[in-house]
Design a protein around this ligand. Structure first.
Ligand SMILES: Cc1cc2nc3c(=O)[nH]c(=O)nc-3n(C[C@H](O)[C@H](O)[C@H](O)COP(=O)(O)OP(=O)(O)OC[C@H]3O[C@@H](n4cnc5c(N)ncnc54)[C@H](O)[C@@H]3O)c2cc1C
Length: 398
């Protein structure tokens, strides 16, 4: 039986970041995932999405010893542009810019490919002798006591840990083993993700175009074959998303250009297309005896405002602060209660906000679409409100 301070179930971006952060802080960490991380873009099954990391996430990644590796590949996001194209024609009728310069010297965040994150996180774990990555095996079951948890993996390996972190995704086996239920909302929507090149430069502006079905978001990437390039998340009703994802390339390019309201000129595919189901889900509790849930094991939401993984890193930062301040009480009921108190309300509030924005963006009814356009213009015109919203989006509280 192996003893470890922390067992992490799940080697997605959240689990790998947790291992780097707790390992860097000096804890012994064992992390397991049945699926080995794919660390290049070409391999089938690679996660070709990109993640916009907001300011607080950068500080956390820096403390985990990974930001230095990621910075050369990161594209800054200086301006968030909201475009409403919900009128009779699919052309922009309201355009509003939220500029990070209004609230400080730094950009809102930095955009990075998910497969590259996995590559650099795995490289970081290789530098930490106190972190063991078990690939090809996963969490099977656990028995918890007040002093520790006994974990059994799918290959029969047994270990004891003072804290079990469930970072094993939206169908979290750790959550299920801990008897924690989750509330799920389905929108009937899917997201198509892909990269495009375009004629007009993106000028480090992240652009969200609203019409119906959900937002169409273009996030800046480095140039591709000498042309400006962006990552796209295109949300639509499920059947329409599947139809679009199967279109021949030229037809898809034309449909994407039309849906983008032409904000960057003609769009041309520069990657494979992937389709992701869109749901909202919140665990009823974020903790159980010796167990903390983080990231999608605790909360899933539509990809709007770059909240998903950024909230996950906020979970990890909170857990790490508590662990570092009181290392002797790692995984105790007091520590886990403090974690739940600090995170669960924030998670519920943000999830409710994103749910509202998503429903507004889905709107079919022309009157609701007009109301949405007026809402964007009104929120932007009041400077103090605009600045508070920007700070809130970054994760600032109070
Ligand atoms: C289209 C789209 C775009 C997004 N864009 C952004 C963005 O710009 N910014 C942002 O902050 N967020 C974004 N998000 C959200 C973000 O991608 C997710 O929050 C993040 O990928 C989830 O990471 P995770 O590690 O929790 O889960 P996952 O990536 O699902 O990882 C879970 C891991 O657990 C493993 N696992 C499963 N079973 C077991 C087991 N029995 N034992 C051990 N391991 C197991 C799986 O193999 C997997 O590797 C986006 C989401 C979508 C759908």
């Amino acid at each position: 039986m192996t003893d470890t301070d922390i067992f992490i179930s799940g080697g997605g971006v959240a689990g790998l970041t947790a291992a780097a952060a707790f390992g860097t802080a000096g804890f012994s960490v064992t992390i397991a995932d049945p699926a080995p991380p794919i660390t290049d873009a070409a391999t089938q099954g690679a996660d070709l999405r990109t993640t916009a990391f907001l300011q607080p996430a950068r500080d956390f990644l820096d403390a985990a010893g990974v930001w230095g590796r990621l910075a050369p590949h990161a594209t800054p996001l200086q301006v968030m542009r909201i475009v409403d194209a919900g009128g009779p024609d699919p052309t922009p009728r309201v355009i509003r810019d939220f500029d990070a310069a209004d609230i400080g010297d730094l950009p809102f965040g930095w955009n990075l490919p998910n497969w590259l994150m996995r590559r650099e996180l795995m490289a970081r774990l290789g530098e930490l002798p106190n972190v063991t990555f078990l690939s090809g095996t996963g969490f099977k079951s656990m028995l918890t006591r007040t002093a520790h948890a006994r974990v059994t993996l799918t290959d029969g390996t047994k270990l004891t840990a003072r804290l079990v972190i469930g970072a094993d995704g939206r169908n979290s086996p750790v959550r299920e083993a801990a008897g924690i239920t989750a509330k799920t909302t389905r929108y009937g929507q899917k997201a198509i993700t892909f990269a495009v090149t375009h004629d007009a430069p993106h000028d480090n502006i992240s652009t969200e175009v609203h019409r119906t079905g959900g937002p169409f978001t273009l996030v800046p990437l480095p140039d591709h074959e000498g042309k400006p390039c962006s990552a796209v998340v295109w949300m639509e009703d499920g059947p329409e998303a599947l139809r679009l994802a199967d279109l021949p390339e030229d037809d898809f390019n034309a449909a994407a250009t039309a849906r983008s309201a032409g904000v960057h000129g003609s769009l041309a595919l520069a990657s494979r297309r992937m389709v992701w189901p869109i749901i909202s889900q919140i665990a009823d509790r974020m903790t159980a005896e010796r167990v903390a849930l983080v990231a999608e094991a605790a909360h899933v939401m539509p990809p709007i405002g770059a909240q998903g993984l950024n909230m996950s890193l906020a979970d990890l930062a909170t857990l790490l602060d508590l662990a570092v301040c009181h290392p002797d009480t790692l995984g105790s009921a007091d520590m886990l209660d403090a974690y739940a108190r600090k995170r669960h309300t924030d998670v519920k509030l943000r999830s409710a906000g994103i749910d509202l924005l998503n429903r507004a963006s889905q709107a079919e009814n022309p009157l609701l679409r007009d109301l949405r356009a007026k809402g964007v213009a009104a929120l932007h015109s009041a400077a103090p409100l605009r600045k508070e919203l920007m700070k809130l989006g970054l994760g600032a509280r109070g």
